[in-house]
Structure formats: C-alpha cells, structure tokens
Design a protein around this ligand. Structure first.
Ligand SMILES: O=C(O)CCC(=O)C(=O)O
Length: 262
C-alpha cells in the first residue's frame, strides 16, 4: 500500500473556507502524482487544534461542508482518504473531535470521535465531548485503527485497536512544537509494542499562537522510521508499506502472544 501524509500548514491568515478548498485540490493532486492508495490529513486542519474560540463557530454536522468536499475529493481521486478530523456538532448540540475515512467511491467508511481530549481543565477537554468507541476499518489492503493526537499517550487504546485487528494505526494530530520529542517517541513506541505500521500526520505552521511540530512520521512494525517530515513546514510524505511485515514481525518476535493482563 502506498500512503501519502499531507502535513498541512494551518496558519491564522488563511480562512477555513480557503483552506478547505486548497486541501481538497491538494488531495487530488497528490493522489494522482504519487499514485497513492491512501491519503492522510491531520487533526482539525480546518480550524487548527488550538483555535478553541473557533470550534463552536466552525463546528459542522458529520455530513457538513468538510464531509462533502472530502467525499468528492476521495471519489474524484479514486483513493482511500483519512480526511483528518473536524469539529463535529452532534444532533444534541455537543461537539466532538471526529475523524472521517472515505472509500475511493466517496462513501464514509468510518468515523471516530477522539476519546482522550487534550487541555486538562481547558480548551478541547471542556469544549468537546469524549468519544466512547474504538474504531477500526477494513480496506482491501489492511485494517486501519483510528486514533487522534493526545490519544497517543494512552497505550491501552492502541491495544484495543490491535484486538480489533488493526495492522496500521492512522493518527492525525495537531501536536505542538514544544513536545515534538514526545510525539516522535510515542509514534515509535506504539509501532514497536503493537507490531503495526504507524502513520502519524501532524499540522505545520502556527495557529492561535501555538507553533506546530510538523514532524509527521511513518514507522514500521519493527520501529524503523520509514519517512519523517524534514521540519514544521507544509510537506507531503509518501511511503510504500509492505503490509506482510505485520504478520512477519508478529511471527518472528511473538511478544503479543505473551500478554497476561487482558
Ligand atoms: O499530548 C500532547 O502533548 C499534545 C496533544 C494535543 O495537542 C492534542 O491532542 O490536540
């Protein structure tokens, strides 16, 4: 499977609408140029993960503006598209940080409401509701396990995804530059402990006064970094994943079979 991660620049001087249009063109362009089977976008790339004051104003129903544009981009590009996450407004008015995955036909294959909200007693942690369900979705090539940003700090979530059959963790994020070292460490740790590929796609630029880490990374089931963004600018990472490596690694070093506490 060939995957392209789009490390999108989220800066305050670009409107949500312009960014939505720009990113949808980019998805098509990259999918065609790189011949990708899967394209991945970061967390809350319409508003920015730290633009708390715009969550309410820019929140959309699941099948809102971003859904429409991304479904069309997936269909026109004929690609699996993990469209990152949106601030979703549910029917009861509550907000969620919700990831969307589209099939190459432009159908919604999966959605995932971020379980661990960031901010302690502020920001996302108070503005958004917590998801309650683990989500994995099967593509013809691999089972994708879904998680978002701060979730990376909670290994038990990823073990749950392994139990759902996940072979590739897709983790959109808006990770701040200050804790870049944690991001790279967690991406590798989750890959090694769960013997999966990790596709971790962050945002670039600076929004709401928070410089982003960028540093998107693809890690294989042995913990080898297959590709890593050079820095915190907008960048596309394309990598070929040899999915047989998941079973091979689990067979050759069967640590998952020694689990005692689940
Ligand atoms: O855990 C971290 O350090 C960053 C998490 C975060 O920024 C988020 O979940 O939006």
């Amino acid at each position: 499977m060939r995957a392209s991660l789009l490390q999108i620049a989220v800066d305050d001087d670009e409107s949500v609408n312009s960014r939505r249009q720009r990113v949808s063109s980019l998805v098509r362009e990259v999918a065609e140029r790189e011949r990708s089977g899967l394209v991945v976008l970061p967390e809350l790339w319409t508003t920015g993960a730290f633009a708390y004051e715009s969550f309410g104003a820019e929140a959309e129903p699941l099948q809102g503006a971003t859904y429409e544009v991304m479904a069309k981009a997936a269909r026109e590009a004929g690609v699996w598209l993990h469209a990152g996450s949106i601030p979703e407004r549910a029917a009861d008015g509550a907000l969620y940080n919700t990831s969307l995955v589209f099939s190459p036909e432009g159908e919604l294959a999966a959605s995932y409401r971020k379980i661990h909200r960031f901010g302690f007693d502020k920001g996302e942690a108070v503005l958004m509701g917590a998801g309650t369900e683990l989500v994995a979705t099967r593509t013809p090539e691999a089972v994708l396990g879904l998680a978002t940003c701060y979730d990376l700090r909670f290994p038990e979530l990823f073990r749950g995804l392994v139990d759902l059959g996940a072979e590739v963790f897709v983790v959109p994020a808006g990770w701040p530059a200050r804790r870049r070292a944690h991001w790279s460490l967690f991406a590798r740790a989750r890959a090694v402990e769960d013997q999966v590929f990790v596709l971790a796609c962050g945002t670039a630029g600076t929004h709401a006064g928070v410089p982003q880490a960028g540093a998107s990374v693809v890690v294989d089931p042995w913990g080898e970094v297959l590709a890593e963004a050079a820095g915190a600018e907008e960048e596309v990472l394309t990598v070929d994943l040899d999915l047989a490596k998941v079973a091979e690694t689990r067979e050759q070093f069967p640590a998952l079979k020694d689990r005692r506490l689940s």
